[in-house]
Design a protein around this ligand. Sequence first.
Ligand code: GLN
Ligand code: ZN
Length: 774
Amino acid sequence: MSNKVQSAVLGFPRIGANRQLKKALEAYWKKEIDAETLQEQAKDLRARNWRLQADAGIDHIPSNDFSLYDHVLDTSVLLGAIPARYQFAKQISPLDAYFAMGRGRQSDTTDVVALEMTKWFDTNYHYLVPEFEKDQQFALSSAKIVDEFLEAKALKIHTRPVLLGPVSYLLLGKSKDSNDKPLALLASLIPVYVEILTRLKDAGADWVQIDEPCLVLDLDQDALVAYRSAYNGLAMVPEIHLLLTTYFGWLGSNLETIVALPVAGLHIDLARAPGQLDDVLTLWPKDRWLSIGVVDGRNIWKNDLDASLGLVEKVIAARGSQRLIVASSCSLLHSPVDLAAETKLDAELKSWLAFAAQKLGEIAILTQAANDGRATVQSAFDQNQRDLASRRRSEKRSKPAVQQRLRSVAAGEGTRPTPFAQRRLIQQKALQLPVLPTTTIGSFPQTADIRALRAHFKNGTISAHDYETSLRARTAELIRWQEKVGLDVLVHGEYERTDMVEYFGEQLSGFAFTQNGWVQSYGSRCVKPPIIFGDVERRSAMTVEWSAYAQSLTTRLVKGMLTGPVTILQWSFVRDDQPRSQTCAQIALALHDEVLDLEKAGIRIIQIDEPALREGLPLRASEWPAYLAWSTKAFRLSAASVQDATQIHTHMCYAEFSDIIDAIASLDADVISFETSRSDMELLDTFAQHAYTAEIGPGLYDIHSPRTPSVEEMTGLLRKALGVLNANQVWVNPDCGLKTRSWAEVEPALINMVEAARQVRADWLPERQFGRCP
Ligand code: GLN
Ligand code: ZN
């Protein structure tokens, strides 16, 4: 056996350096190109990705990491787990049936909804949740994984097919119309996996990367038993080497089970969880392969090559250099494609970064250093050290005043001095709102003309002055419109914001923006997260002018609108040279100043949106308390210095609160709005049981749907809410911002919503007056 250390990549971005996949998919959906053209473009992307990796010298190059929509959906199709509602799809092409599962399908003859979509572990990628029916059967139903292996082979590139493992696949899915746990389906699933592995072997594959990311979660006995029986079953194809691949965390006590599984190799994520190396070195047998993920697939920072080589050498010292693979920590799906495309980025900052294409080089260099000695790649290491040193020393990165300020934040800071029960009385007197006050979540339709205006401004065809004048006119129109409709608390509409994080990032120091740093979010949707590279400081007021302007136009209250510190952090690429909690606290301090400036400018209600608070939750329960402590503290730090009479709102776009209700309560916001219309107000029980006393705006209708909610529907929901909550506690609002909707949808919906509030006020609360509360 060769003693050579090998290199590997767990997956490469599918979208293409210029988002070719997005463009091709959307063109196909609009019927601008045919299926054959789409498939050709996809094939071309795959070939480019393989070529890039081969040219970089990667030994284990993945195939089947590509997907036209989502790799979990691909797995469902591969296994024949296609819910009955897609049976109609027999009449359409397999490709259209696939997209129907991904995005739903509406035509004269069909109307089916897509599979449910949810976040892939703690990333910002979303997968389509496998749906299992009563008596679910599985059968090998797609040749994609074999075809793509052969496609690469035809290009003379020998690949390692990637397959989502059976236990993770089931754990990520849901049983519909039965109470059976998905794991109960394991026995019927294994024969199909055996068949897939056999086909791959027949096609010439020797290694298969079998992804079991669920192994980094807290697993119960049932799951551990399932792992044993699944992998004993898969061992029936002995000619195939299985690389059991784990990422996004540490294995912990699951390692004992893993060691007993008959697999040829194990991949661990040392970027996310370097602390697990010692246990793995102790327990993982030397006669089996070990793949160490040392190049982070989830961030954009250059690898510290010397530190990584140190890990590689530690492994070699413990087990020798045979059966060792140096790899990306996880799929590179989560990083942007190619830094070379960034022509406008500050040169120094750019020298600190590595996107997917650059990470290939890092893996190759580390592997070569391990095999032939560091001296053979001396110049690469030298350059790396210079770049890292420049980052460490850079003044761009650090603002002593910000650090000083953070250090001097007093322990008690971030606590509102007056308890909510008293604040409520003060606010009621000051704000004079009716019971069941009506409001919206902030944004109003970003129509084509607003987007065109912004495009003209960005490319210089209209001046900043003209741009602002036009937006002001829109804002003024919106204020008049809200008055006419009869809303109680108005918003300025957020017309000046393209994106709720970008808008703030652009005005804060320490943030940088790429031209092309796109990352797939789901299907054809990509996001371009800002990069937080340095200490965060507010240069000047960010929103005060817009809010004050809007407030100057009306005697009603206008709500100021900010994105919260946790959400700004969560939707950015975050610096890795200090704890996330510290970066979050810096953002919080910047927002703290903004909140006070808004208050000074006469804004008496301020909403701080935290839609991403929940998605920052760590994968392991043991880490929840620490996360919830610093994240809620950051929120309070931004909000808590206002006067008692100033009302702080927050907004969250989801309805799962039962497990974090204490944390939500600890935000100490005066009002919280969130999504609930789709769950029929059921989650309000959580608030009632918790004896949550602050005010609540349960979203009365689903803004994600184009349909108009009727007055009756909303009075029904409102009465339901009043059955659980105190009448003085309830606000009336949609469940999220209206940015993506058209005016034709928003207008009737809000008119109905205000009418619903009016009716319920009249028939439920005739005797109630302002300020008359318990
Ligand atoms: N204020 C934001 C808006 O209305 C909130 C968006 C969100 O919750 N994602 O657009
Ligand atoms: Zn929302």
